[in-house]
Design a protein around this ligand. Structure first.
Ligand SMILES: Nc1nc2c(c(=O)[nH]1)N[C@H]1C(S)=C(S)[C@@H](COP(=O)(O)O)O[C@H]1N2
Ligand SMILES: [Mo]
Length: 156
């Protein structure tokens, strides 16, 4: 399979325009079973916060600190699998063709990956991503803050 275009970088030109109004995403396991996850389903899962996060936005400055709230990637996966899904990496891809790859080894080493839908106690707007990946440990100017998540694909 060919590699996704975003895997080895992104020009950092943040796209300000949501690709669509629909904030639901698909979740696909290596065994091929796809699920559609809507925001209200996400909101029923265990809630986790990541405090002291910044949006280091290339082009329009740094903002924060913010407290993001949402669902840990591992809690999402646990809710949609019985038992332990075998996966090595997870691609989180937006509706505008941007994405980021999370390695299982990173998660197991304690890297937090949060599917955030709240910011300082209010919902994220669609412009802010509505469902936005937050990896508080990242250092590369928001490249891991995938806005408008459309697909989460686990790969074995
Ligand atoms: N879906 C999507 N997410 C994205 C991007 C993008 O182009 N598309 N750009 C990234 C980059 S490089 C930056 S700097 C931030 C900008 O976030 P902001 O628009 O909330 O300031 O979004 C990140 N997430
Ligand atoms: Mo960026």
């Amino acid at each position: 399979m060919s590699e996704p275009s975003w895997l080895h970088g992104h020009p950092h030109d943040p796209n300000p325009e949501p690709p669509s109004g629909d904030a639901s995403f698909t979740l696909t396991f290596p065994d091929g079973a796809p699920h559609t996850v809507a925001v209200d389903a996400l909101q029923r899962l265990p809630y986790t916060e990541a405090a002291d996060c910044y949006i280091v936005s290339t082009g329009h400055g740094t903002s924060g600190p913010f407290c993001f709230g949402g669902v840990l990637l591992e809690d999402l996966l646990a809710a949609y699998t019985s038992g332990d899904a075998a996966w090595r990496y997870c691609d989180i891809v937006s509706g505008d063709g941007f994405g980021n790859r999370i390695l299982r080894a990173e998660v197991e080493a304690g890297e937090m990956a949060l599917l955030a839908y709240a910011l300082d106690g209010r919902g994220l707007t669609r412009e802010e991503g509505l469902v936005r990946l937050i990896v508080p440990g990242e250092t590369d100017d928001a490249l891991r803050q995938v806005k408008w998540i459309a697909h989460i694909r686990l790969n074995g």
